[in-house]
Structures are given as structure tokens and as C-alpha cells.
Design a protein. Sequence first.
Length: 495
Amino acid sequence: MTDTTRPGILVVDDEPRSVEVIARLLDEEFEVFTALSAEEGLRLLETEWIQVVFSDQRMPEVSGVEFLTQVRERWPEVVRIVITGYIDPEDIIGAINTAGIHQFITKPWHPDHLLLTARNAAKMYQLQREHDRLTNELKLLPPVAETRVASKRERVRQSYRFDGLVRAEGSPVEEVCRQAERVAGFNVPVLVLGETGTGKELLARAIHYGSPRSDQPFYCENCGAIPDELLESELFGHKKGAFTGAHSNRLGLLEQADGGTIFLDEIGDISPAFQVRLLRFLQEGEIRPVGSNETRRVDVRVVAATHRDLTAEVKAGRFREDLYYRLSTMTLTMPPLRDRPDDIPVLARHILDRLSVAHGKPVAGFAPDTLACLEAYGWPGNVRELQNEIMRMLVLCEGDTLGAELLSDQVLRGAALNARPASPEDGPLPPLDLIGQGGPLKSRIERVEAGILMETLVRCRWNKSKAADELGLSRMGLRAKLERYGIERGSAQRH
Ligand SMILES: Nc1ncnc2c1ncn2[C@@H]1O[C@H](COP(=O)(O)OP(=O)(O)OP(=O)(O)O)[C@@H](O)[C@H]1O
């Protein structure tokens, strides 16, 4: 069985004696594989975990550079080194361009030099892998204004702290974060429940970056709507030829996340067969790539999430009870945005600041009636939908404030419909079904304004001082507007 703790090195040379000498030299520190031809070398690359290739330049069938060009095409991450008897500057440039050669070693080589080259190459492989991982994580990062951190890693960590989950004081999200912070330090699985867009993934990242594993990788896999075979190969990896299209070996995410955390989103959607596969992994801590006979032990913390009611799924027999208990040592629930309306203005402000910096479009903020609508709307898509709405408004905005006229019909209409009277005698529902109808912008805006006035008065139980305060109007200003729109308590609005 391959020793995955030592870097794998492949030595290719048609001279058995040369191969043997190099192998003996490197054997103490590396897992060494040897091949007497390029063809044999390619076969080994397909099946073994190899990070560095040393190849002789002069071989009968293909040259070292030609062989390493093929290696580059199929395994670009592998570090490639040529051993050659002569050095011609033009050959070097050609080899660097076509085969991406990391280094040339000239014959006769010194053992110390060869060993040092092997060590540096293995280190380079690791650094490159780490770099790729951080770049991937940074791609997913929300841009953070005013954050100056020393390193990329620190930037990632800073962005995903628990206070990166924006919420108002006293929000139910505070309690969720408190519990998550407590469980972060324990090496136990966490199940995050909540509707789509509520911030489950953000919470999972905060758990990882708040845990002792924070220096290790964090990977996400969306398990929903993806066929079993693909999911299996994504998570567990596969060997070349394991199925049609498996052109090369592939390292699964569970192995890549070794030492760190994997976030399995939409876990409630996995098939019964895959539930068994996952349960086995959780019980044994071992993975076996598709098409391979070898198992490997990995240490990965699992944070799973679903928008489904998983206990109901268990009761209905669609989700295995044993897997449910394995995953849910600690269960956290992200509340929907409509159940935490106080978070809306804080989140809206945060999102607007972030987007206006990211898109270089400074705006002062939201008009009071815009905020009132944002707070009244139900947000079935939660924070993600709020983000999209604000982005849309930012694109359309021509002034320096986001006015209600920029809101989508959906939000305007939904906000109005949600603004139910506190009791029947408090008055009629605002006639905001008119909003969706056509007409010149000015009259549509007036209809929106009238609706917002009505909604605010209903919510403030017709306390006009409170409504005026909330709307940022003087009492006189409010009265003028009410007269203009013919709004009074107990009467149907005339617009
Ligand atoms: N409290 C919050 N503070 C700041 N941003 C948030 C917050 N909650 C969610 N977001 C943002 O909203 C978007 C959706 O969040 P996230 O992807 O974490 O939700 P989710 O519940 O995992 O969604 P899904 O179930 O659809 O995968 C992300 O861009 C995230 O950064």
C-alpha cells in the first residue's frame, strides 16, 4: 500500500543502473517509484500519488521533455525535473515553454544537489497546492471594506468570523452564533438547518475558522441535484478508468480536506444508496476512491446543512435515522429573515456598503420608504434575495439615494400585502395591487408612496407622530401627504 505521508517521486530513465542509484538516494525521505520508459512512467502516474517526476532527457522512444510535456497536460500540478547530459540554452527555453520544467540537473550530478532538488520540488508542490486552495477560498469571499490583514490566510479567517454574520442586537442569530462558537472547539459534526439563503454556509465557515482546524482546508460540496456517481467521485475521488470519462486519477474532496472541515450542503437530498456510503465514512473515518481497492484514513470534520425538515424526512423513511444521529451531534437552526425583521436594516446597510465599494458606485443609503418596504417584505429567498434586490437597485440608481421607485414590483407588492392591519378596525389594506399595473413612473411612484404611508400608519396603529418619525417626516409633512392621497383612518384609499 502506498505511504501517503511521504511525498511520492517518480524516476524515469531507460538506464536501470541510473534509476537504481537515484531511487536509493531518495528512498529514505520519499516514496520512490521507478520506470524504465515514458510509457511505464505514465502508467504509474495514473495509479500512484506522485508529486515530483525526475526524467532523463535521452530515452529511446520519447525524449524526457516530450514525456514531461504529456505529464504537464494531464497532471499539471506535478513538479517536473529533467536530468540531462548537456545544456543548450535554446533547448532549455523550449523545454520550459512546452513542458513547464521546474529545473534541469546536469550529469554528472552530485547526490546532495539531487536530494536538495527533490526536497525543494516537493515543497513547491505543497506550496502550490496551498496557494490554489487559498485562491479558491478567496474567490468565494465577500469583499470586506476596510479590512487590512497581513496575509491571505488571515484575510480568509477574518472574513468568516462569527461577527461576519451581520445581525441586529438581540437578533435570534446572536443565540445561534453563541451556540456555534461553543461547539466550534469540539471535534463533533454539526447539522445546520434553515431555509435557503439564511446564511448556513456562512455559519459553517465561521465554525471552521473558529475551530482549532482553522489553519487547515475548508471545502464545500453541494450534495443536492447531483447524480450519485458524480457526488461519489467528487467526495471520495476516483482512479483512472473507474468509469467512462475518468481520464486520470482524481483526489476526492474528503482527502483534500484532510485535517480540516467539509461542508456538505443540501444533505437532505442525497439518495438512500449514498446515505449508506456517507454513513460508512462517518463511522470508519476511511475513504476508498471509486475503482480503487485501497482505503485511506482521513480526519475531516463534517458540517452538514439542509433546508429540509430532516426529522420529518427520517419519519417518512426517506432519510436514515442512524445517519441523522451521526450528523446531528449538534443542530443549529438559522431563522428565516422574516422572523427577524430587525436584522433587515442592518443587513441592508451592510450589503449596500459592500456592493457599492465592490462596484465603485458610492451611494448615501436608502430612502426611508425604501427601508420600510424592505422591512415589510417577506424575503422567501432570505439574505440572498435581499442581496440581489439591493444589487439591482444599485445598478438602476442614478442619484445618491436608493429610492422606493427602484424596488422591484415583487418587493413592493409583497411589502404591501404583508402590511396587514393590526386589527380589522385599523383600516383597509393598502391598495398596492395597483403598483404592479403600468402607467407613467411618476404616478406609479405616487402609488408606492401612498401605499407606504398607509402601511406605516397601520403598523403604527395610526399613531401619526410615530409614523412621521419612522418615515423621517415632520407631522405637518405627513399630514400634507395624507391629505394629498386622501388617506384617513377607516376609509378606503382613493388611489
Ligand atoms: N448574517 C449575514 N451577514 C452577512 N451576509 C449574509 C448573512 N447571511 C447570509 N449572508 C449572505 O447571503 C448569501 C447566502 O448565504 P449562504 O450561502 O450562507 O446561505 P445558505 O443558507 O447556505 O443558502 P443555501 O441553502 O441556498 O445554500 C451569501 O452571500 C452570504 O454571504
